[in-house]
Write a new protein. Sequence first.
Length: 416
Amino acid sequence: MKPVGPLAGEVLAFGAKNAVLKQMAACLLATGEHHLSNVPDITDVGVMAELLGALGCVVRWPVEHELVIVVPEVKDLRPIAPAHLFEAMRASIVVLGPLLARCGEANMALPGGDDFGQRPINFHTDGLSAMGATFHNDRSSIHATLARPRLYATRITLEYPSHTATDNLMMACVLADGRSVIDNAAREPEVEDLGRQLIAMGARIEGLGTSRLTIDGVSELRPASHRVVTDRVVSATYLASGLITGGEVRVLDARPEHMEMLLRKIEAMGGRIDKDAEGILVGGPTRLSACDVATLPYPGVATDYKPLITAMLSVASGVSVVTENLFVGRFRYVDELVRLGASITTEGHHAMIRGVASLQGTSVRGTDIRAAAALVLAGLVATGETQVSGLEHLERGYDDFIGRLQSLGAAVEKFS
């Protein structure tokens, strides 16, 4: 990758990774043929498809960006799958709720995924235990059973508005016996989108988009067709590519109502924003301005945005402070930005960024999806040649990332 002038053009972000993986798992809740469209071509979707196949489903790609998932009768579902499929990604935990709701048991290895600090699963298991599940866990696996035919409804108050725990518990509640309430639920657009899919399948859910979900369990659900909501983090990445290079990039399918706090920060950095029915266009100034940012649960600035923001602020004018309030260990990419010449110091949950006039190309490594994307963004404005390894992380969350950057004018190539 070599430095280029301003990037310009239009791209599509496609469906959200953090929605589609849960929506694929949700198909387990109803026998028959489910249809998902606007599905990103990413490796995590492939892993989830393989996992569903191991559980007894048939997954097909009839055309690009569309999935058909055929779910068998309950008697033909297998509530166990090879450990490596669960260990490949964090989102594998979301089959736990559907499997308990349909099969009354689940056996799975502890989930894996990006390495940026501990993310315990007790929010999931505590909620399901309150609904009647019994867990027999060891250091590497989860074994869950029900003593009665169905989960029973209850009131669950999450200690933290966990996105994935809210998804998992909502999927379990839709087939539970009675009315469930999830308080302090996550409010992310992807959670709301999963709820819309479940409602299309016959679920009875109120309060989507709020911190309280009320769910009346039904005896069975039916297959449905659903279009996956646009990925706001992928949208942000392409917008950031225009901002950091002083260019002008439009993400055609971006949803501005899902990115309001980030767009405010972009304006604070000096970016120009045009929102319309065709998505979001941003234009970058000659040099971005410093800006303080703190991550918070939605509708605050998402933790997934932070590496992208940090990369932009590393070449902004002035001093910025970025605070991570959600995940310990999510500043691990900072050392790689420093290798490129960024002036960043970290202490606890805070990073102080003194913007430099330019970065210098070198070899760096991405250790998770967004860190790898941030290093590519930094490489776009670094002098000389930048080599970014760890692109397998990018492929977990971005549909043809390199090709889309090339379409905007980036001098970037992928080497196997």
